[in-house]
Design a protein around this ligand. Sequence first.
Ligand code: ATP
Ligand code: MN
Length: 256
Amino acid sequence: PNSTTTANRQSLTCKTKTTDKRDRATVEQDIDPRTGMVLFKMLNRGIFDDINGCISTGKEANVYHATKDDGQEFAVKVYKTPVPGFKDGNRRIQRDYCFRRGYLKHNPRQMPKTWAENEMMNLMMLKAAGTRCPTPIFLRQNVLVMEFVGKSGRAAPCLKDANLSEAKMRECYVQMVMVMRILYQKCNLVHGDLSEYNILYYEGSLHIIDVSQSVDLDHPLALYFLRLDCIHVSDFFENNGVGVRPIHELLDFIVD
Ligand code: ATP
Ligand code: MN
């Protein structure tokens, strides 16, 4: 099995167009052998033809840009095992781990796969409800391939980096509130990590991402998470000169 792993890793590296040696080292380091195998099989099956490098490295996931020879672009989100972050006291990992789906029965090694599955299902629900978000394309183990939000290898900026006029910000606030309401009313979901970082601004509208940790309304802390989402969203828009509704009014609007 060792030689197979090395072969796969090499194929993957060959496909990786990073010029900087350090970049390449990071990409390689972060892909464990099992994930390497999953990505290799995806390449082999023609889900995509190239992995061009990393868009983002997070504690729980890395996102890579991939392309097909016909130019079609993908975001490939690879979920990592939660144990390091969990031990480091990462509050979100602990929260997920403890509350999300029954704590003791859960094997941390399965968490990345579960997150990938959640993200896929939640994105499908968001899409079905008419919300803008990446279309999920292919799921295997801890790797989710989805539509790339952006163009020519350039990912759309998150809302924080979008540099919008005050008028446009106000429009986005209204969009944001409507998204939270649709999520709640139509998808029976609370995002749970909504902020200016998990919203991409593309072609004049908001695209919601990072829904792997979103919770169903029957989750005991759903309303608590919804309140936090509202606070984070309101704070951001308020700091950007938008006159926002008080939190309790916002909550009423979303849940009514
Ligand atoms: P988690 O918090 O679950 O560990 P994360 O925050 O690392 O995940 P995401 O928020 O889903 O992961 O994505 C991280 C970054 O990758 C985003 O801010 C965005 O820049 C980029 N990204 C993610 N999905 C896409 C996509 N479909 N198209 C373009 N860029 C994306
Ligand atoms: Mn994120």
